[in-house]
Design a protein around this ligand. Sequence first.
Ligand code: FAD
Length: 449
Amino acid sequence: MKIAIIGGVAAGTSAAAKARRNNKEAEIVIFERDKDISYAGCGLPYYISEVIEGRNKVIINEPESFSEKYGVEVKTKHEVLEIDSENKSLKYKSLKTNNLATYNYDKLIIATGASPIMPPIPGYELDNVVPLRTVSDADKIKRIIYEQNPQKAVIVGAGLIGLEMAESFKESGLEVGVIEKLPHVLPILDNDMSEIVEDHLREKNVDLNLNDGVSEFKGSNQVEKVVTESGKEIKADLVLLSIGVKPNVKLAKEAGIDLGETGAIAINEKMETSKKDIYAAGDCAESKDLITDNPVWVPLGSTANKQGRTAGENVTGGDARHKGILKTGITKIFDLTVSRTGLSASEARENGFEVEEVKIKGVDHAGYYPGLHELHLKGIFDKNTNKIIGAAVIGENGADKRIDVLSTAIYSGLTANDLFQIDLAYAPPYSTPKDAAAVLGMVAEKKLK
Ligand code: FAD
Protein backbone atom coordinates (compact mmCIF):
# COMPACT_ATOMS: atom_id res chain seq x y z
CA MET A 1 0.00 0.00 0.00
CA LYS A 2 1.47 3.35 -1.07
CA ILE A 3 -0.17 6.51 0.29
CA ALA A 4 0.84 9.90 -1.12
CA ILE A 5 -0.10 13.15 0.61
CA ILE A 6 0.34 16.54 -1.04
CA GLY A 7 0.80 19.27 1.58
CA GLY A 8 2.33 18.86 5.02
CA VAL A 9 0.66 21.30 7.39
CA ALA A 10 -2.53 20.68 9.41
CA ALA A 11 -4.56 18.39 7.16
CA GLY A 12 -1.62 16.58 5.55
CA THR A 13 0.16 15.69 8.79
CA SER A 14 -3.10 14.72 10.57
CA ALA A 15 -3.85 12.38 7.68
CA ALA A 16 -0.36 10.89 7.72
CA ALA A 17 -0.38 10.31 11.50
CA LYS A 18 -3.78 8.62 11.41
CA ALA A 19 -2.89 6.48 8.39
CA ARG A 20 0.29 5.32 10.11
CA ARG A 21 -1.54 4.45 13.35
CA ASN A 22 -3.96 2.32 11.33
CA ASN A 23 -1.46 0.68 9.02
CA LYS A 24 2.06 -0.04 10.24
CA GLU A 25 3.20 -1.42 6.87
CA ALA A 26 2.05 1.18 4.35
CA GLU A 27 4.55 3.40 2.56
CA ILE A 28 3.46 6.98 3.33
CA VAL A 29 5.06 9.96 1.59
CA ILE A 30 4.31 13.64 2.21
CA PHE A 31 5.23 16.08 -0.58
CA GLU A 32 5.62 19.66 0.67
CA ARG A 33 6.93 22.51 -1.47
CA ASP A 34 7.83 24.70 1.52
CA LYS A 35 10.70 23.99 3.92
CA ASP A 36 8.47 23.67 7.00
CA ILE A 37 5.70 21.20 7.79
CA SER A 38 3.36 20.71 10.74
CA TYR A 39 3.33 24.28 12.04
CA ALA A 40 0.69 26.27 13.88
CA GLY A 41 -0.40 28.99 11.44
CA CYS A 42 -2.76 30.09 14.20
CA GLY A 43 0.21 30.90 16.47
CA LEU A 44 2.02 33.14 13.97
CA PRO A 45 0.63 36.52 15.20
CA TYR A 46 1.92 35.65 18.70
CA TYR A 47 5.26 34.44 17.35
CA ILE A 48 5.68 37.80 15.59
CA SER A 49 4.87 39.81 18.73
CA GLU A 50 7.05 37.43 20.80
CA VAL A 51 4.17 36.62 23.14
CA ILE A 52 5.26 33.14 22.08
CA GLU A 53 9.03 33.10 22.22
CA GLY A 54 10.95 31.07 19.68
CA ARG A 55 10.31 29.71 16.21
CA ASN A 56 10.39 26.15 17.55
CA LYS A 57 7.23 26.84 19.59
CA VAL A 58 5.09 27.26 16.45
CA ILE A 59 6.73 24.38 14.60
CA ILE A 60 4.93 21.39 16.08
CA ASN A 61 7.17 18.87 14.32
CA GLU A 62 10.33 19.36 12.26
CA PRO A 63 10.31 17.25 9.06
CA GLU A 64 12.96 14.92 10.53
CA SER A 65 11.20 14.42 13.87
CA PHE A 66 7.83 13.86 12.16
CA SER A 67 9.42 11.35 9.82
CA GLU A 68 11.02 9.49 12.72
CA LYS A 69 7.94 9.59 14.97
CA TYR A 70 5.50 8.30 12.36
CA GLY A 71 7.71 6.39 9.92
CA VAL A 72 6.61 8.69 7.11
CA GLU A 73 8.87 9.92 4.31
CA VAL A 74 8.71 13.74 4.30
CA LYS A 75 9.86 15.35 1.07
CA THR A 76 10.11 19.06 1.83
CA LYS A 77 11.05 21.44 -0.99
CA HIS A 78 9.28 19.07 -3.38
CA GLU A 79 6.40 20.42 -5.44
CA VAL A 80 3.83 18.15 -7.05
CA LEU A 81 3.23 19.38 -10.60
CA GLU A 82 0.66 16.94 -11.91
CA ILE A 83 -1.76 14.22 -10.80
CA ASP A 84 -2.44 11.43 -13.31
CA SER A 85 -5.55 9.79 -11.85
CA GLU A 86 -5.75 7.16 -14.65
CA ASN A 87 -2.28 5.79 -13.97
CA LYS A 88 -2.37 6.69 -10.26
CA SER A 89 0.85 8.64 -10.40
CA LEU A 90 2.23 12.05 -9.45
CA LYS A 91 4.81 14.08 -11.28
CA TYR A 92 6.92 16.10 -8.86
CA LYS A 93 9.97 18.35 -8.84
CA SER A 94 12.72 18.86 -6.31
CA LEU A 95 12.95 22.61 -5.71
CA LYS A 96 16.57 22.11 -4.60
CA THR A 97 17.87 20.33 -7.73
CA ASN A 98 15.05 20.96 -10.26
CA ASN A 99 14.99 17.18 -10.90
CA LEU A 100 11.67 15.75 -12.03
CA ALA A 101 10.38 12.38 -10.86
CA THR A 102 7.25 10.24 -10.73
CA TYR A 103 5.58 8.55 -7.76
CA ASN A 104 2.98 5.80 -8.11
CA TYR A 105 0.33 5.76 -5.39
CA ASP A 106 -2.49 3.47 -4.36
CA LYS A 107 -4.29 6.22 -2.41
CA LEU A 108 -3.77 9.97 -2.66
CA ILE A 109 -4.74 12.75 -0.24
CA ILE A 110 -4.73 16.30 -1.54
CA ALA A 111 -4.06 18.68 1.37
CA THR A 112 -2.73 21.64 -0.59
CA GLY A 113 -4.38 24.25 1.66
CA ALA A 114 -4.97 27.85 0.73
CA SER A 115 -2.89 30.88 -0.25
CA PRO A 116 -3.30 34.57 0.52
CA ILE A 117 -5.02 36.65 -2.15
CA MET A 118 -2.49 39.20 -3.43
CA PRO A 119 -4.57 41.82 -5.28
CA PRO A 120 -2.75 43.47 -8.20
CA ILE A 121 -3.05 46.93 -6.67
CA PRO A 122 -0.43 49.28 -8.14
CA GLY A 123 2.70 49.15 -5.97
CA TYR A 124 1.89 45.82 -4.27
CA GLU A 125 5.31 44.49 -5.26
CA LEU A 126 7.11 47.18 -3.18
CA ASP A 127 9.31 45.99 -0.30
CA ASN A 128 7.54 45.59 3.04
CA VAL A 129 4.12 44.82 1.49
CA VAL A 130 3.64 41.31 2.86
CA PRO A 131 1.08 38.56 3.40
CA LEU A 132 0.99 36.23 6.43
CA ARG A 133 0.41 32.54 5.87
CA THR A 134 3.57 30.57 6.54
CA VAL A 135 6.34 30.57 9.14
CA SER A 136 8.62 32.07 6.47
CA ASP A 137 6.15 34.98 6.04
CA ALA A 138 6.20 35.47 9.82
CA ASP A 139 10.02 35.36 9.85
CA LYS A 140 10.06 38.08 7.20
CA ILE A 141 7.67 40.32 9.17
CA LYS A 142 9.76 39.79 12.32
CA ARG A 143 12.93 40.71 10.43
CA ILE A 144 11.33 43.93 9.18
CA ILE A 145 10.20 44.84 12.71
CA TYR A 146 13.44 44.02 14.50
CA GLU A 147 15.95 45.13 11.82
CA GLN A 148 14.26 48.19 10.27
CA ASN A 149 12.40 49.57 13.29
CA PRO A 150 9.24 50.59 11.35
CA GLN A 151 6.97 53.10 13.07
CA LYS A 152 3.65 52.39 11.40
CA ALA A 153 1.98 49.26 10.06
CA VAL A 154 -1.07 49.40 7.84
CA ILE A 155 -3.28 46.33 7.62
CA VAL A 156 -5.41 45.90 4.53
CA GLY A 157 -8.44 43.76 5.40
CA ALA A 158 -10.19 43.57 8.77
CA GLY A 159 -10.83 39.84 8.96
CA LEU A 160 -9.60 37.49 11.68
CA ILE A 161 -5.93 37.55 10.66
CA GLY A 162 -5.87 41.30 10.03
CA LEU A 163 -7.29 42.10 13.47
CA GLU A 164 -5.12 39.55 15.30
CA MET A 165 -2.17 41.27 13.62
CA ALA A 166 -3.41 44.72 14.74
CA GLU A 167 -2.86 43.52 18.30
CA SER A 168 0.42 41.83 17.38
CA PHE A 169 1.85 44.99 15.77
CA LYS A 170 0.77 47.09 18.76
CA GLU A 171 2.51 44.58 21.06
CA SER A 172 5.64 45.17 18.97
CA GLY A 173 5.34 48.93 19.56
CA LEU A 174 4.04 50.01 16.15
CA GLU A 175 1.28 52.44 15.34
CA VAL A 176 -1.46 50.59 13.48
CA GLY A 177 -3.90 51.57 10.75
CA VAL A 178 -6.54 49.25 9.29
CA ILE A 179 -8.19 49.73 5.90
CA GLU A 180 -11.37 47.77 5.19
CA LYS A 181 -13.49 48.03 2.06
CA LEU A 182 -16.68 46.89 3.79
CA PRO A 183 -18.56 49.16 6.20
CA HIS A 184 -17.68 46.91 9.18
CA VAL A 185 -14.84 44.75 10.50
CA LEU A 186 -15.21 40.94 10.70
CA PRO A 187 -17.84 40.20 8.06
CA ILE A 188 -18.47 36.82 9.75
CA LEU A 189 -20.44 38.76 12.40
CA ASP A 190 -23.65 40.74 12.10
CA ASN A 191 -22.97 44.47 11.95
CA ASP A 192 -24.25 45.16 15.49
CA MET A 193 -21.67 42.74 16.91
CA SER A 194 -18.87 44.07 14.66
CA GLU A 195 -19.51 47.55 16.08
CA ILE A 196 -18.52 46.34 19.57
CA VAL A 197 -15.18 45.23 18.13
CA GLU A 198 -14.77 48.53 16.25
CA ASP A 199 -15.25 50.56 19.46
CA HIS A 200 -12.64 48.40 21.18
CA LEU A 201 -10.14 48.86 18.32
CA ARG A 202 -10.57 52.63 18.51
CA GLU A 203 -10.06 52.52 22.30
CA LYS A 204 -6.77 50.78 21.58
CA ASN A 205 -5.77 53.60 19.19
CA VAL A 206 -6.08 51.60 16.01
CA ASP A 207 -6.74 53.99 13.13
CA LEU A 208 -9.80 52.33 11.52
CA ASN A 209 -10.63 53.25 7.95
CA LEU A 210 -13.89 51.50 7.03
CA ASN A 211 -15.82 51.65 3.77
CA ASP A 212 -12.60 52.46 1.92
CA GLY A 213 -10.42 50.37 -0.38
CA VAL A 214 -6.76 50.71 -1.36
CA SER A 215 -6.07 52.31 -4.72
CA GLU A 216 -2.24 52.38 -4.60
CA PHE A 217 0.86 51.66 -2.55
CA LYS A 218 3.47 54.41 -2.93
CA GLY A 219 7.19 54.39 -2.27
CA SER A 220 10.54 54.19 -4.10
CA ASN A 221 11.77 50.65 -3.27
CA GLN A 222 9.98 50.31 0.00
CA VAL A 223 6.38 51.17 0.73
CA GLU A 224 5.94 54.62 2.27
CA LYS A 225 2.23 55.39 1.88
CA VAL A 226 -1.08 53.73 1.20
CA VAL A 227 -3.48 55.73 -0.95
CA THR A 228 -7.12 54.86 -0.41
CA GLU A 229 -10.01 55.01 -2.88
CA SER A 230 -11.43 57.99 -0.99
CA GLY A 231 -8.12 59.83 -1.54
CA LYS A 232 -6.57 59.49 1.93
CA GLU A 233 -2.79 59.07 2.05
CA ILE A 234 -1.76 56.95 5.05
CA LYS A 235 1.89 56.67 6.10
CA ALA A 236 3.12 53.08 6.16
CA ASP A 237 6.51 51.50 6.81
CA LEU A 238 5.01 48.03 6.65
CA VAL A 239 1.80 46.81 4.98
CA LEU A 240 0.08 43.53 5.81
CA LEU A 241 -2.17 42.32 3.01
CA SER A 242 -4.87 40.25 4.64
CA ILE A 243 -7.88 40.47 2.35
CA GLY A 244 -8.48 36.74 2.41
CA VAL A 245 -7.25 33.42 1.07
CA LYS A 246 -8.15 31.22 -1.89
CA PRO A 247 -8.06 27.42 -2.01
CA ASN A 248 -5.08 25.82 -3.80
CA VAL A 249 -7.02 23.79 -6.35
CA LYS A 250 -4.94 24.08 -9.54
CA LEU A 251 -3.55 20.53 -9.33
CA ALA A 252 -6.96 19.04 -8.60
CA LYS A 253 -8.68 21.02 -11.35
CA GLU A 254 -6.08 20.06 -13.95
CA ALA A 255 -6.51 16.41 -12.92
CA GLY A 256 -10.22 16.65 -13.72
CA ILE A 257 -11.32 16.47 -10.07
CA ASP A 258 -14.65 18.23 -9.49
CA LEU A 259 -14.60 21.56 -7.72
CA GLY A 260 -17.69 22.64 -5.83
CA GLU A 261 -19.67 25.84 -6.25
CA THR A 262 -17.50 27.53 -3.61
CA GLY A 263 -14.41 26.98 -5.82
CA ALA A 264 -12.82 24.51 -3.38
CA ILE A 265 -12.54 20.74 -4.01
CA ALA A 266 -15.90 18.96 -3.72
CA ILE A 267 -15.79 16.07 -1.24
CA ASN A 268 -18.26 13.79 0.50
CA GLU A 269 -18.34 13.01 4.23
CA LYS A 270 -15.58 10.43 3.72
CA MET A 271 -13.36 13.11 2.12
CA GLU A 272 -13.58 11.30 -1.23
CA THR A 273 -13.28 13.47 -4.34
CA SER A 274 -14.92 12.74 -7.69
CA LYS A 275 -11.92 10.54 -8.68
CA LYS A 276 -11.49 7.07 -7.26
CA ASP A 277 -8.83 6.69 -4.55
CA ILE A 278 -8.24 10.44 -4.38
CA TYR A 279 -9.25 12.23 -1.18
CA ALA A 280 -9.03 15.91 -0.20
CA ALA A 281 -8.90 17.56 3.23
CA GLY A 282 -8.33 20.93 4.84
CA ASP A 283 -8.33 24.43 3.39
CA CYS A 284 -8.32 23.17 -0.22
CA ALA A 285 -11.65 21.37 0.29
CA GLU A 286 -15.26 22.23 0.98
CA SER A 287 -17.30 21.29 4.04
CA LYS A 288 -21.01 20.93 4.58
CA ASP A 289 -22.89 23.53 6.59
CA LEU A 290 -24.67 21.47 9.24
CA ILE A 291 -27.66 23.84 9.36
CA THR A 292 -28.35 24.48 5.68
CA ASP A 293 -26.76 21.27 4.29
CA ASN A 294 -25.12 23.47 1.65
CA PRO A 295 -21.46 23.12 0.72
CA VAL A 296 -19.38 25.86 2.32
CA TRP A 297 -15.75 26.83 2.30
CA VAL A 298 -14.50 28.04 5.68
CA PRO A 299 -10.73 27.54 5.88
CA LEU A 300 -9.92 26.86 9.54
CA GLY A 301 -7.31 24.78 11.31
CA SER A 302 -9.95 23.07 13.46
CA THR A 303 -11.69 21.68 10.36
CA ALA A 304 -8.41 20.89 8.55
CA ASN A 305 -7.29 18.66 11.43
CA LYS A 306 -10.59 16.76 11.53
CA GLN A 307 -10.81 16.34 7.78
CA GLY A 308 -7.17 15.20 7.64
CA ARG A 309 -7.80 12.57 10.31
CA THR A 310 -10.93 11.40 8.48
CA ALA A 311 -9.02 11.05 5.21
CA GLY A 312 -6.16 9.22 6.99
CA GLU A 313 -8.67 6.74 8.44
CA ASN A 314 -10.40 6.12 5.13
CA VAL A 315 -7.28 5.62 2.97
CA THR A 316 -6.41 2.78 5.33
CA GLY A 317 -9.73 1.00 4.86
CA GLY A 318 -11.79 2.78 7.55
CA ASP A 319 -15.26 4.27 7.30
CA ALA A 320 -14.89 7.59 9.12
CA ARG A 321 -17.12 10.57 8.38
CA HIS A 322 -16.71 14.28 8.94
CA LYS A 323 -20.31 15.42 9.00
CA GLY A 324 -19.79 19.14 8.52
CA ILE A 325 -19.26 22.41 10.31
CA LEU A 326 -21.05 25.26 12.06
CA LYS A 327 -18.33 27.72 11.01
CA THR A 328 -17.50 28.17 14.68
CA GLY A 329 -14.64 30.61 15.14
CA ILE A 330 -12.99 32.52 17.94
CA THR A 331 -10.31 35.16 18.07
CA LYS A 332 -8.57 37.41 20.57
CA ILE A 333 -8.59 41.07 19.62
CA PHE A 334 -6.70 42.98 22.30
CA ASP A 335 -8.76 42.48 25.50
CA LEU A 336 -11.80 41.04 23.75
CA THR A 337 -12.64 37.47 22.87
CA VAL A 338 -14.77 37.53 19.75
CA SER A 339 -16.59 34.37 18.76
CA ARG A 340 -19.40 33.09 16.56
CA THR A 341 -21.07 29.87 15.52
CA GLY A 342 -23.86 28.75 13.19
CA LEU A 343 -25.63 31.28 11.00
CA SER A 344 -25.53 35.04 11.40
CA ALA A 345 -28.94 36.75 11.19
CA SER A 346 -28.29 37.83 7.61
CA GLU A 347 -27.12 34.34 6.56
CA ALA A 348 -30.18 32.80 8.21
CA ARG A 349 -32.53 35.11 6.30
CA GLU A 350 -30.68 34.46 3.02
CA ASN A 351 -31.28 30.76 3.65
CA GLY A 352 -35.01 31.24 4.08
CA PHE A 353 -35.29 31.04 7.88
CA GLU A 354 -37.84 33.14 9.74
CA VAL A 355 -35.52 34.64 12.28
CA GLU A 356 -35.84 35.85 15.85
CA GLU A 357 -32.75 37.83 16.86
CA VAL A 358 -32.07 38.02 20.58
CA LYS A 359 -29.38 40.19 22.10
CA ILE A 360 -28.49 40.37 25.77
CA LYS A 361 -25.78 41.93 27.87
CA GLY A 362 -24.77 39.45 30.57
CA VAL A 363 -21.82 39.00 32.89
CA ASP A 364 -19.14 36.35 33.10
CA HIS A 365 -19.61 35.55 36.80
CA ALA A 366 -21.32 36.60 40.04
CA GLY A 367 -21.36 40.37 40.54
CA TYR A 368 -20.03 40.21 44.11
CA TYR A 369 -16.95 38.22 43.09
CA PRO A 370 -13.97 40.38 41.96
CA GLY A 371 -13.08 40.92 38.30
CA LEU A 372 -16.54 41.16 36.77
CA HIS A 373 -16.75 41.48 32.97
CA GLU A 374 -19.61 42.19 30.60
CA LEU A 375 -20.58 39.61 28.00
CA HIS A 376 -22.46 40.47 24.81
CA LEU A 377 -24.48 37.53 23.52
CA LYS A 378 -26.52 37.32 20.37
CA GLY A 379 -28.65 34.31 19.49
CA ILE A 380 -30.37 33.60 16.19
CA PHE A 381 -33.50 31.45 16.60
CA ASP A 382 -35.70 29.77 14.03
CA LYS A 383 -39.24 31.07 14.64
CA ASN A 384 -40.80 27.87 13.30
CA THR A 385 -38.96 25.41 15.51
CA ASN A 386 -37.67 27.64 18.36
CA LYS A 387 -34.25 26.07 17.73
CA ILE A 388 -31.07 28.09 18.11
CA ILE A 389 -29.32 28.26 14.72
CA GLY A 390 -26.63 30.85 15.31
CA ALA A 391 -24.82 32.78 18.01
CA ALA A 392 -22.09 35.30 18.66
CA VAL A 393 -20.45 36.07 21.99
CA ILE A 394 -18.05 38.91 22.73
CA GLY A 395 -16.45 39.79 26.04
CA GLU A 396 -13.26 40.11 28.02
CA ASN A 397 -13.75 36.86 29.89
CA GLY A 398 -15.89 33.76 29.52
CA ALA A 399 -16.96 34.21 25.88
CA ASP A 400 -15.07 31.04 24.93
CA LYS A 401 -17.11 28.71 27.12
CA ARG A 402 -20.45 30.31 26.19
CA ILE A 403 -19.76 29.98 22.46
CA ASP A 404 -18.88 26.32 22.91
CA VAL A 405 -22.09 25.73 24.89
CA LEU A 406 -24.09 27.47 22.14
CA SER A 407 -22.26 25.60 19.37
CA THR A 408 -23.03 22.30 21.10
CA ALA A 409 -26.65 23.42 21.47
CA ILE A 410 -26.91 24.18 17.75
CA TYR A 411 -25.22 20.89 16.83
CA SER A 412 -27.72 19.04 19.01
CA GLY A 413 -30.75 20.89 17.64
CA LEU A 414 -31.67 22.45 21.00
CA THR A 415 -34.43 25.04 21.46
CA ALA A 416 -34.57 28.29 23.42
CA ASN A 417 -36.16 26.42 26.33
CA ASP A 418 -33.42 23.76 26.27
CA LEU A 419 -30.84 26.53 26.81
CA PHE A 420 -32.62 27.35 30.06
CA GLN A 421 -32.87 23.67 30.99
CA ILE A 422 -29.22 22.66 30.44
CA ASP A 423 -27.62 22.10 33.83
CA LEU A 424 -24.60 24.39 33.48
CA ALA A 425 -21.99 24.59 36.24
CA TYR A 426 -22.21 27.45 38.71
CA ALA A 427 -19.96 28.89 41.40
CA PRO A 428 -19.38 32.65 41.88
CA PRO A 429 -15.91 32.85 40.23
CA TYR A 430 -17.17 31.14 37.04
CA SER A 431 -20.75 31.97 36.30
CA THR A 432 -24.08 33.25 37.62
CA PRO A 433 -26.86 31.02 38.98
CA LYS A 434 -28.63 31.51 35.66
CA ASP A 435 -25.71 31.52 33.24
CA ALA A 436 -25.63 34.08 30.42
CA ALA A 437 -26.32 31.26 27.90
CA ALA A 438 -29.43 30.26 29.91
CA VAL A 439 -30.58 33.90 30.07
CA LEU A 440 -30.24 34.10 26.29
CA GLY A 441 -32.57 31.09 26.07
CA MET A 442 -35.06 32.60 28.54
CA VAL A 443 -35.25 35.92 26.70
CA ALA A 444 -35.54 34.09 23.38
CA GLU A 445 -38.35 31.88 24.66
CA LYS A 446 -40.31 34.91 25.80
CA LYS A 447 -39.80 36.68 22.46
CA LEU A 448 -40.69 33.57 20.48
CA LYS A 449 -43.94 33.16 22.44
P1 FAD B 1 -2.14 24.79 4.67
O1 FAD B 1 -1.78 25.19 6.05
O2 FAD B 1 -2.36 25.87 3.66
O3 FAD B 1 -1.04 23.79 4.14
C1 FAD B 1 -1.04 23.33 2.81
C2 FAD B 1 0.38 23.02 2.41
O4 FAD B 1 0.35 22.43 1.10
C3 FAD B 1 1.26 24.26 2.29
O5 FAD B 1 2.38 24.15 3.13
C4 FAD B 1 1.68 24.28 0.82
O6 FAD B 1 3.03 24.69 0.64
C5 FAD B 1 1.52 22.83 0.41
N1 FAD B 1 1.29 22.68 -1.03
C6 FAD B 1 0.36 23.29 -1.79
N2 FAD B 1 0.46 22.89 -3.08
C7 FAD B 1 1.49 22.01 -3.14
C8 FAD B 1 2.09 21.27 -4.18
N3 FAD B 1 1.64 21.35 -5.45
N4 FAD B 1 3.12 20.45 -3.89
C9 FAD B 1 3.59 20.35 -2.61
N5 FAD B 1 3.07 21.04 -1.58
C10 FAD B 1 2.02 21.87 -1.83
N6 FAD B 1 -7.47 28.48 12.06
C11 FAD B 1 -8.17 28.23 13.20
O7 FAD B 1 -8.97 27.27 13.24
N7 FAD B 1 -8.02 29.03 14.30
C12 FAD B 1 -7.15 30.08 14.32
O8 FAD B 1 -7.01 30.75 15.34
C13 FAD B 1 -6.42 30.37 13.13
N8 FAD B 1 -5.57 31.41 13.10
C14 FAD B 1 -4.81 31.60 11.99
C15 FAD B 1 -3.90 32.66 11.98
C16 FAD B 1 -3.09 32.89 10.88
C17 FAD B 1 -2.11 34.03 10.90
C18 FAD B 1 -3.20 32.03 9.75
C19 FAD B 1 -2.32 32.25 8.56
C20 FAD B 1 -4.12 31.01 9.73
C21 FAD B 1 -4.93 30.78 10.85
N9 FAD B 1 -5.86 29.74 10.88
C22 FAD B 1 -6.59 29.50 12.01
C23 FAD B 1 -6.08 28.89 9.69
C24 FAD B 1 -5.26 27.63 9.73
O9 FAD B 1 -3.91 27.93 9.91
C25 FAD B 1 -5.47 26.87 8.43
O10 FAD B 1 -6.84 26.58 8.34
C26 FAD B 1 -4.68 25.57 8.38
O11 FAD B 1 -3.32 25.84 8.33
C27 FAD B 1 -5.07 24.78 7.13
O12 FAD B 1 -4.28 23.65 7.04
P2 FAD B 1 -4.09 22.88 5.66
O13 FAD B 1 -3.16 21.77 5.95
O14 FAD B 1 -5.42 22.56 5.09
O15 FAD B 1 -3.47 23.92 4.65
